[in-house]
Write a protein that binds this ligand. Structure first.
Ligand SMILES: [Zn+2]
Length: 340
C-alpha cells in the first residue's frame, strides 16, 4: 500500500495487536487505531490531598494522518488542522450528553483562511481547512509556520495579521453557546490558552504538536490541556509554571518514545497524576448516503427539481467524501416530496 494511507487489513495481519489499540470493524476491512484521550486528576501531596488541576492528554497521530489523506493537505495545513483536531478531541470529552458537539473554528487573515474541528464526547472528530494546499516557508525557528498560515503577514510591513477563534457547544436541545477570542499567536495552543483565560476565566496550559515525516506523512501528533481548579494555592501555580517553562515541546516528547500518558506525567513531574479515563479517539464524520439524501430532501421539491436534469454530486466538506445520485435516484427522491 502507498505511504500515508494508515493501517489496513494487510498491515494488521503483519502487526502485533497492542493492548492499547482499538479494533474497529468497517465494511472495508479491519482498521487498527491507537489514538486516545486521557483524563486525569492531579494532586500536590506536599500541599493538599485535593486535586488542583483537571488534565487531558491526547495521542492523535492516526486521526491527523487520516485528516491529511482525506483533505490532501500540505504539511503546514496538516500541522494546523491536526493541532485543532487534537484540541477538539480533548475538549469534546467534557461534553455531558451524547448528542452534544464541540466546534472549534478559526477564521484568520492567513492563506489557510479557515480551520474547523468538531468533536463529541466519544472523542470522534472531524474537520477541514478552508484552503488545504498552503505552501509557505519555515518560520525563524526552522519549523512549519502554522502562525503564518493561520494569521498571515501584511505585505506592506511584514507584521502578522489577525483572526478569531470561536468555541461553540451545541446539542439537539437548547441554543448553541459560542465563546470568542482574538488570535494572539496563530500557533493554536496559545490561542486556546488565551481563550480559556478571557472567555471562560479558567487558567490553563495548552500544548499541541504535529510532527511530519520527510515524506509528508504524520510522524507524531498529540497534546495536553491542564486546567487549574478554583482556589489553587499560589505555591502550586509557581511550581507548575516552572515545570512547564522547562518542558520540551510535545512533539519532542512524543518523538522520544513517550506516549500521551508519558507526556502528561513528564509535564506534571513532581505532582501525583491519576488517570481517570481513557477514551479511544478517531476521525469519524458520520455522513452516510442516507444522511445526504435527507439533506437533498430538505431542499424541497422546487429546488431539488431545478437540479434534477443531470446526476447530482454532493461533497462532504468535513471528511471529503463524495456522493453521486443518478437522475433516476433524484427522481425517486422527488416522488417523496409534495409538489408545493
Ligand atoms: Zn462526511
Amino acid at each position: 500500500m502507498p505511504d500515508g494511507c494508515g493501517p489496513c487489513l494487510t498491515d494488521l495481519l503483519e502487526t502485533p495487536v497492542f493492548s492499547d489499540s482499538v479494533l474497529l470493524y468497517h465494511a472495508k476491512g479491519v482498521i487498527l487505531l491507537s489514538d486516545y484521550i486521557l483524563r486525569a486528576s492531579v494532586v500536590d501531596r506536599k500541599v493538599s490531598t485535593e486535586p488542583f488541576c483537571r488534565a487531558f492528554a491526547a495521542s492523535t497521530r492516526d486521526l491527523v494522518e487520516e485528516a491529511r489523506v482525506r483533505h490532501n493537505t500540505s504539511p503546514v495545513v496538516t500541522a494546523a488542522l491536526g493541532r485543532l483536531l487534537t484540541a477538539a478531541a480533548m475538549m469534546g470529552v467534557t461534553l455531558k450528553r451524547d448528542d452534544e458537539r464541540l466546534v472549534l473554528k478559526i477564521d484568520g487573515d492567513g492563506p489557510v483562511k479557515t480551520l474547523l474541528a468538531e468533536s463529541n464526547n466519544r472523542a470522534e472528530v472531524r474537520g477541514y481547512p478552508g484552503e488545504p494546499c498552503v505552501m509557505i516557508g519555515a518560520n525563524d525557528k526552522g519549523k512549519l509556520d502554522v502562525a503564518g498560515a493561520v494569521r498571515g503577514y501584511c505585505a506592506a510591513d511584514g507584521t502578522m495579521g489577525g483572526g478569531i477563534l470561536r468555541v461553540t457547544r451545541k446539542g439537539s436541545g437548547g441554543e448553541p453557546f459560542t465563546g470568542t477570542s482574538e488570535l494572539v499567536s496563530g500557533e493554536i495552543a496559545e490561542d486556546l490558552t488565551y481563550y480559556y483565560a478571557v472567555s471562560e476565566q479558567t487558567p490553563s496550559a495548552v500544548s499541541l504538536g504535529v510532527l511530519m515525516n520527510r515524506n509528508n506523512t504524520v510522524r507524531q501528533a498529540g497534546g495536553f490541556i491542564l486546567q487549574l481548579l478554583p482556589d489553587t494555592p499560589e505555591e502550586i501555580i509557581v511550581k507548575l509554571e516552572a515545570r512547564l517553562s522547562a518542558l520540551p515541546s510535545v512533539t519532542t516528547l512524543l518523538d522520544s518514545g513517550l506516549d500521551a500518558e508519558g507526556v502528561l506525567r513528564e509535564a506534571l513531574s513532581g505532582f501525583d497524576v491519576t488517570v481517570t479515563d481513557k477514551i479511544p479517539a478517531r476521525f469519524h464524520c458520520g455522513c452516510t448516503r442516507e444522511s445526504v439524501e435527507r439533506v437533498l430532501l430538505s431542499l424541497g421539491y422546487k429546488e431539488l427539481m431545478s437540479i434534477a436534469d443531470k446526476p447530482v454530486e454532493v461533497h462532504c466538506d468535513y471528511c471529503g467524501s463524495d456522493y453521486e445520485y443518478t437522475r433516476e435516484e433524484v427522481e425517486a427522491l422527488l416522488k417523496q416530496l409534495p409538489q408545493a
